[in-house]
Design a protein around this ligand. Structure first.
Ligand SMILES: O=P(O)(O)OC[C@@H](O)[C@@H](O)c1c[nH]c2ccccc12
Length: 390
């Protein structure tokens, strides 16, 4: 340690490590590295494989830094809780971000702990960084003010049920989607407002608007434009939500509903977020992909809308029989008893696909690709249902 201090003058002003074992947060120093590169570079070099022996005992760093470190520790704890619920997606890279800076140099240290295992994990890690930045610019207090001025939330689930009763077909959530990581660009001439208006005219009950920019080429601007253009269909903010702050943000931009992905969120997060949604007047569409996720979500009080995604977001595999499989037996009964509305999501292209998932028990469907690709997305809806539902 002394050698380290003499090698690195900044070390003296930084929190130092005691020898208290902290095996549950084995790599916290790597995260510090991002902020204090000079320091960490040395620590890595000096401490090598002494994983698990570091803990912060002296707070000579600014409070803000210390809080960030704590936040990271909480993130690591979240990974453990999530894993115990069968969630494979880690909220943050366990060994910190791959980029490191040493003086003027930047280098990348790739290892298992900072390389995302699949696309969903990559998206979540990026979202974590994105949200942290946005949050700094717009703290919750500012969002609460913005929410007071936002257009009021409309009844998303009510609109789906009404459409289902009116047409006898599943209520449609039509997705305003320019691109996806699995399918690339779906539509070059992409005018979100025109597409939304065409969907409304074609009989969509609700709309889903992708807001993720990096992977789906969506935006909150699109959502606001659609809302401000006077489109009546309630709007789902299609985002990767990992932080309750995003719920406030979505509401402040005029959303009526949000997506919560069970493959990403542990039960406690879902519970907490569903409560906040209720406070804000937002409907929560909780998305599941397999039996385990479905059973977890069915066990949470207050959930009214569950989406079964036929696409596995980790592998992109698409199989519409997932909807059927998940709605067999006991679960179907629980859904009826709890009066939960089920949405069949992804990979629906034809009237027979719609009939298939309706037979399985869905009262609503979420469709993007098959309708957004057509020159008139409104007509796309009649093609999808095999009849005019406007
Ligand atoms: O374009 P499709 O195959 O009709 O799918 C729409 C929708 O289900 C899909 O975009 C989706 C469902 N869940 C998601 C979660 C994140 C991003 C996208 C999605």
């Amino acid at each position: 340690m002394e050698a380290l201090a003499s090698l690195n003058p900044p070390f003296q002003s930084l929190p130092y490590f005691s020898s208290t074992p902290r095996t549950s947060f084995p790599t916290s120093r790597v995260y510090i590295s991002n902020r204090n590169p000079f320091f960490t570079f040395s620590v890595r070099a000096q401490m090598g494989s002494t994983e698990g022996s570091a803990s912060i005992t002296s707070y000579t760093e600014p409070v803000e830094e210390v809080l960030k470190i704590k936040e990271w520790e909480v993130g690591m704890f979240q990974n453990e809780v999530a894993a115990s619920q069968g969630i494979r997606i880690r909220r943050r890279p366990p060994t910190g971000p791959p980029l490191h800076y040493v003086g003027p140099f930047e280098f990348r240290l790739q290892n298992d702990g900072n390389t995302p295992r699949n696309i969903l994990e990559e998206i979540v890690w990026n979202k974590d960084v994105e949200v942290a930045k946005l949050k700094e610019r717009k703290p919750l207090i500012a969002l609460k003010r913005a929410i007071d001025n936002a257009p009021p939330a409309r009844d998303f689930i009510g609109a789906l049920k009404a459409a289902n009763e009116r047409t006898g077909l599943p209520g449609l959530i039509a997705e305003v989607k320019k691109a996806s990581p699995s399918r690339g660009i779906l539509r070059e001439d992409f005018n979100p407002v025109e597409i939304a208006q065409a969907y409304q005219k074609g009989g969509a009950a609700c709309l889903s608007v992708l807001t993720d920019e990096k992977y789906f080429k969506g935006s909150f601007e699109n959502l606001e434009l659609i809302r401000n253009a006077g489109v009546k269909c309630p709007l789902l903010c299609k985002e990767f939500i990992i932080d309750a702050w995003q719920l406030y943000y979505a509401r402040s931009k005029g959303s009526d509903a949000v997506l919560l992905i069970a493959a990403v969120l542990p039960d406690l997060d879902i519970k907490y977020m569903v409560k906040i949604c209720k406070l804000l007047g937002l409907s929560a569409l909780v998305e599941v992909h397999d039996e385990r996720e479905f059973d977890r979500v069915l066990g949470i009080e207050g959930i009214e809308l569950i989406g079964i995604n036929n696409r596995n977001l980790e592998t992109f595999e698409l199989d519409i029989s997932i909807t059927k499989k998940l709605l067999e037996g006991e679960r179907r009964k629980i859904i009826q008893e709890k009066n939960i509305t089920i949405v069949g999501e992804s990979g629906l292209f034809t009237p027979s696909d719609i009939a298939y998932v309706q037979e399985a028990g869905v009262k609503a469907v979420l469709v993007g690709e098959s309708i957004v690709k057509q020159s008139d997305p409104g007509k796309g809806i009649s093609n999808l249902f095999g009849k005019d539902v406007s």
